[in-house]
Ligand binder design. Sequence first.
Ligand code: NAD
Length: 480
Amino acid sequence: MSKVKITVANGDGIGPEIMQATLDILLAAGAQIEIEEIEVGEKVYLAGNTSGISNDSWDIIRRNKVFLKAPITTPQGGGYKSLNVTTRKFLGLYSNVRPCRSLHPFVSTKHPVMDVVIIRENEEDLYAGIEHQQTDEVVQCLKLISRPGCEKIVRYAFEYAKQQNRKKVTCFTKDNIMKQSDGLFHQVFDEIAKEYPDIINEHWIIDIGAAKLADTPEAFDVIVMPNLYGDVLSDVAAQIAGSVGLAGSANIGEECAMFEAIHGSAPRRAGQNVANPSGLLQGAIMMLNHIGQTPVAEKIQNAWLKTLEDGIHTYDIFKEGTSKQKVSTSDFAKAVIANLGQKPVVLQAVSYAENKPMHLPKYQRKARANKELVGVDLFVHWSGLNPDELAETVKKVATGGTELTMITNRGIKVWPQGFQETFCTDHWRCRFKPTQGNQITSETIVQLLTNALQQKVEVIKTENLYNFDGKAGYSLGQGQ
Ligand code: NAD
């Protein structure tokens, strides 16, 4: 077998120690890899590069396409950008796969039969990082959800379930509140689920879904969700399965892939040779499967399970009575190496031989819908308190063919017929619609803005209202 060149970053804090342990195990197991090292993280940040990575390193990552990364420290403040988020988005690593399996009775957990894989959308949602302060009192963060983003991640979840012989895919969203954005995610989930009749599908509202996951994780198999929910819940799932120190993560794109532990650089444990290398090792095992070296991946995973079963544990999972020997990072790696070729006796041994390739076609853009401009929201910075007073001024902004139909404050309708109990900030949304028999055009919006200027109404942003194929592409005001 020819060697596959991979990019390796040793990271910060405990990173170099757990990377050394992981690579020792991989090479002892016969992984056919050639390592090209790059420097990313704290040193690069502190040398003045706010992205934490040099252009040369990007070239290496893009050329090798497979990246094994130890955790890095993002310095606080100073405008440093998270290298993890940047890497996922630059390289189009849309799918974040985080298996969380309990290792009862060898690793202490309240959930002995848990075996959940969280598939987190990795590029969009509130992680678009588009934030603005608009008034003295209000800032906004844009939540962007796209059809390609939803299609790619949902298809990945079903293909993963099919490949891994899993029975069910669950979707978590909050589409009872975010009807457009989470609504699209749920809608695409329902569409794609139909293509996989052999896999059970279900949708949970995230709040009760999360509660159920924390309480009865054995009820779930594969769970797919938008970015932020996946970030939070994959840490919860890893922790309740045993420890965040045990979980690995794969970030998969159409061209490149990055593999890591889910935990951070644990700076307080750095340099002591005590950290658990299991999270990064789990990431590396997913990497070996990704590059087709499944027999080596299987050999390492079974040796790792056997080592945990033998009670050879690092400090974070060591428990008097269950564990047999508390070991250092390097001694844990030696124990795994000594167990290569062996299988666990109590825990279920893994077999990756049957893994078939996933079918992940490129996204095909659909034909454009019939898009009709049906109104506009003008967002206004106004420091008054009485919405009726604002309405009197803003009504004068209307052109001949439009009228003010609604004012909301933080989404809740305050005019007409608002409640005096409703708390209002200095951020108001004023909705204009065409009057009976009229239409609204781009020119109308320009005229509205000109009128606003004349009336000294401070518009801080506009948002066009469209129907797509006759269906409203915007939400009503709460209480409307
Ligand atoms: P952390 O995950 O680094 O550590 C939290 C605690 O978990 C540690 O104090 C330690 O007790 C325990 N822990 C974590 N990993 C362990 C391991 N392998 N073995 C034993 N114990 C382990 O989280 P944090 O303290 O919030 O973050 C520290 C730094 O890591 C920050 O700079 C943060 O930005 C960064 N971080 C990086 C990544 C990444 O590179 N992927 C992810 C998360 C956080």
